[in-house]
Design a protein around this ligand. Sequence first.
Ligand SMILES: Nc1ncnc2c1ncn2[C@@H]1O[C@H](COP(=O)(O)OP(=O)(O)OP(=O)(O)O)[C@@H](O)[C@H]1O
Ligand SMILES: [Mg+2]
Length: 427
Amino acid sequence: MTALVPFNFDIGSAASPSIKMPGVKTAEKRTALIEVQDVSKVFGDRSAEALTMLDAGEDRAAILARTGTAVGLNHVSFDVAEGEILVVMGLSGSGKSTMLRCLNRLIEPSSGTIRVRGADVTAMAPAALRDFRRHSFGMVFQHFALFPHRTILGNVEFGLEVQGMAKPARRDSAMRAIELVGLKGWDARYPSELSGGMKQRAGLARALAADAAVLLMDEAFSALDPLIRRDMQQELVELQRRLQKTIVFVSHDLDEAIALGGRIVLMKDGAIVQVGTAEAILAHPATPYVARFVEHIDVASVLKVGALLAAVPIVLRSQEDPAEAANRMEAAGCGNTLVVDAAGRLLGRTDIAALRRVPNGQGLERAVRSCARVAATASVKQALPVVAAEAEAVAVVDEDGRLLGTIDRVGIINALARRSANPEAAS
Ligand SMILES: Nc1ncnc2c1ncn2[C@@H]1O[C@H](COP(=O)(O)OP(=O)(O)OP(=O)(O)O)[C@@H](O)[C@H]1O
Ligand SMILES: [Mg+2]
């Protein structure tokens, strides 16, 4: 089934800038750390019968009615790339927690394969599995699950203690993790002395202390007050950037998924309905259900500046001759424009009069003044104040400061208007 496209802001589509800067990085393909292939899970005694019905395309209700078996997962396949935050989303009962717990076999999949760095987790014997689980996965739960009679340090180092790590080494690891989550100075306190947000920081520290490759987080911030929750989301993104952890984060909150960035796995009735970035899902909802799911999304916070780039008609290079540059601009009817260095990095803005004032024999840089800029990865919401304060189109740069194009008010308003003019994506 193909849905109508409600609006289109794919990065790299027709909206791409016509200027091509040398050496601009394209998104590199990351290797899959976790590969989930055709995993199903049924809960109940008549699982073989339930699986046969599932394979025959029977729905959950029919399977439950006939066999008394609940379908948790229905032929689920997806990859988790090394170093990404993947958010598993869906309504209550859609199978998110089941999915997360199947990854480290806290829940045993009924069929299918799960590989982590190529190792088949589904085939591991119990002892090997326990060891693998400890070293590969850290878990963070909604209700913290801290031991009340242990201090924060005691809680954070618990996993390392179980692993048999010597006391000085585990103290070091635990204290480092406590510091990472901003709880320095609280290590000797007990959980009852901490606020909800701080308890969840402790839970996060405990998961980080073992230095596992993957963090599994199940509704980890859902019990927190909205403001604390937003802080934690930002801090998690920051932490992930620094530590390059792979994170699988379960949430039923679309705003949270957007705040965490990265890709979203959207589930319904135990099956995956769509996998993609928030932008991609919003631009091309796979089914009417997905379209309804994302209907009330705050588009400005999803829409990235990089998707709304306009081309710059003339870009000057700092090594050009100022008089010739002024002539070129005049011929093109362009009063002022942007200047880049030899590597394409934005230096600032100039205009014809300033170029004409440069004394003979002097470089074009003399005529350049600083100008506003926004990152291509910023959301429209973040860029709006900058764009609103500028008379001219605002320069958009990549992470190395190279000019990619510009963004202006008209471009933003058009993109937002396209969305509100056609909110019904269902076909
Ligand atoms: N141990 C179990 N025994 C029987 N059925 C189960 C069990 N665990 C989960 N289920 C069923 O599997 C389905 C998926 O449950 P799951 O807990 O994965 O949902 P969820 O998306 O995490 O929901 P929530 O947002 O409420 O946490 C539900 O229908 C649930 O009733
Ligand atoms: Mg759950």
